[in-house]
Design a protein around this ligand. Structure first.
Ligand code: NAD
Ligand code: ZN
Length: 251
């Protein structure tokens, strides 16, 4: 059973807000079949992440990174936006939400119909790749064909730089422009809605704290408790699709 009181309370906060920001984590995409990291059974209970320095330092690490990425390709390629993504899209379309700050790398907010300019990706995007040196874009499918032929980690056809998914790995610098935009949008918001994040990955998790300190109302919809629950004006420990879908009136 979805939490009806949670939905109603969230609807009231949204109605009272002039300018809301939505902040999403892996939890909004589990209903699309993409596992999160920290739920029981999440990805990291099975394999440790490969950090950026290891990727740069070793061909074996680069190959392993790409093998793991290809193993997830069918899932990322076929995943479709769910009710939670659709509800967020409706809030953007109605002018209630000015920007979606996301830690997700799956591109599902854009797939739901939100313009790319209104999605601020703090951890990049895994649906394509780029050269770490010159930025040239590469498609996953093409890289996979070459990898299957020679087993070598992909190198840039222009400059021979390492090619990596356009994500931010642990140990890699945060994207400066996205961080600044997220900061500006957070300070401009009077309501900050967290959807499906354990709020343990910094600096991303600093934004809800900043919003609250700046006077915004803070709402958190997450199945499990987070460290910021005591700070929030509303906490709903339930599934995002039903809670936000009901609050917004979207199926
Ligand atoms: P996390 O795995 O640390 O936390 C996800 C949280 O969402 C958990 O606390 C869980 O209880 C909750 N949750 C899961 N499904 C839910 C649902 N249907 N309704 C309500 N709550 C639900 O995720 P995070 O905080 O985003 O941090 C993980 C990092 O991993 C991020 O930086 C992100 O870049 C990356 N990641 C992204 C994806 C993706 O793009 N879909 C998937 C896995 C990991
Ligand atoms: Zn290059």
């Amino acid at each position: 059973m979805p939490d009806d009181r949670g939905s109603a309370a969230l609807a009231r906060l949204i109605a009272a807000a002039g300018r809301a920001v939505v902040f999403t984590g892996a939890g909004i995409s589990t209903e699309s079949g993409i596992p999160d990291f920290r739920s029981p059974g999440g990805i990291w209970t099975r394999m440790a992440p490969i950090d950026f320095d290891s990727f740069l330092a070793s061909e074996a690490a680069r190959q392993e990174t790409w093998r793991r990425r290809f193993a997830m390709e069918d899932m990322f390629r076929t995943a479709a936006p769910n009710r939670g993504h659709r509800a967020v899209e409706a809030l953007v379309r109605r002018g209630k939400v000015a920007a979606v700050i996301t830690q997700n790398i799956d591109g599902l907010h854009q797939a739901s119909g939100i313009a790319a300019e209104q999605v601020i990706e703090l951890h990049g995007n895994t649906t394509y790749a780029h050269c770490l040196d010159c930025g040239t874009r590469y498609e996953i499918a093409a890289i996979r064909v070459a990898f299957d032929q020679d087993g070598a980690a992909p190198r840039c056809l222009r400059c021979r730089g390492f090619v990596k998914t356009a994500t931010i790995s642990f140990g890699q610098a945060m994207p400066e422009a996205a961080m600044q935009r997220a900061h500006r949008e957070t300070l401009a918001a009077d309501l900050f809605i967290v959807l499906g994040s354990s709020l343990v990955v910094y600096p991303a998790a600093g934004f809800p704290e900043l919003a609250k300190r700046n006077g915004a109302a803070l709402a958190i919809v997450n199945r499990e408790p987070t460290g910021l629950d005591p700070l929030a004006d509303l906490v709903v420990h339930d599934g995002i699709g039903d809670v936000l879908g009901d609050a917004v009136g979207v199926n």
